[in-house]
Ligand binder design. Structure first.
Ligand SMILES: [Zn+2]
Length: 176
C-alpha cells in the first residue's frame, strides 16, 4: 500500500499523504510529517496536533461513506467538519481580480490548509475518490484515480489478491 498513487492530482498529494498516515497518539509523527511535507508550517506543528488528529478522524469517517459504509454519511460527521471549518476561520474571499475563493483566517495553520484542500476537493467532486481499502487488515486510505472510480482496494497487487486468495480458500473449505 504505497503512500502515493500515480494518478492522484498533484494538488491533492499532501492530503493523500495526510490521510494515508496513521499518526498515533504522540505528536512526534505529526511533527515529522510536517517537517517533510510542509516545512514552512513546522513551527505550528506541535500546537496543531490535537486538531490534526480530530480532522484525521472526521475525514476517515467520511471516507467510510465513499467506501460503501453508512457511518460516514451521518449528519454528525458533517457537523464535525463544519465545526472544524468554523474553528479554522475559513471564509469566502474575493481576490484582486474579483475571483471567489476560500481562505483561512490563520494562513499559517496547517489544519486550516488541509481543510481548504478538502473543501476544494468537495467542490470539484474529487473528495469522493478518497476511500478506505476494503481489506479489513489494511483499511489504508487511497485516492481512486480509476476512470469510473470503482476501486475497492488500495492495491490490486497486495490487498486485492489477498482477498481473492481468501475467497478461494473459503470455497475450497466448503467443497471439502
Ligand atoms: Zn489495502
Amino acid at each position: 500500500m504505497p503512500e502515493h498513487h500515480s494518478g492522484t492530482p498533484s494538488t491533492l498529494s499532501a492530503l493523500e499523504s495526510f490521510l494515508w498516515h496513521d499518526f498515533g497518539t504522540e505528536p512526534s509523527d505529526w511533527t515529522a510529517w510536517m517537517d517533510r511535507v510542509w516545512p514552512e508550517h513546522s513551527a505550528a506543528a506541535a500546537d496543531s496536533f490535537a486538531a490534526a488528529l480530530h480532522l484525521h478522524g472526521v475525514l476517515r469517517s467520511m471516507q467510510e461513506g465513499h467506501s460503501g459504509g453508512q457511518k460516514g454519511k451521518q449528519p454528525a460527521v458533517y457537523a464535525a467538519l463544519n465545526q472544524l471549518i468554523e474553528t479554522a476561520g475559513i471564509r469566502p474571499r474575493l481576490d484582486k481580480a474579483g475571483t471567489l475563493s476560500l481562505a483561512a483566517a490563520q494562513a499559517a495553520d496547517p489544519v486550516a490548509r488541509l481543510l481548504l484542500i478538502v473543501l476544494e476537493a468537495l467542490r470539484s467532486g474529487r473528495w469522493q475518490r478518497f476511500k478506505l481499502c476494503r481489506e479489513p487488515t489494511c483499511r489504508a486510505s487511497y485516492y481512486d484515480a480509476s476512470k469510473a472510480a470503482v476501486k475497492i482496494w488500495c492495491s490490486m497487487e497486495t490487498c486485492g489478491s489477498r482477498n481473492k486468495m481468501r475467497r478461494y480458500r473459503a470455497q475450497q473449505n466448503v467443497q471439502t
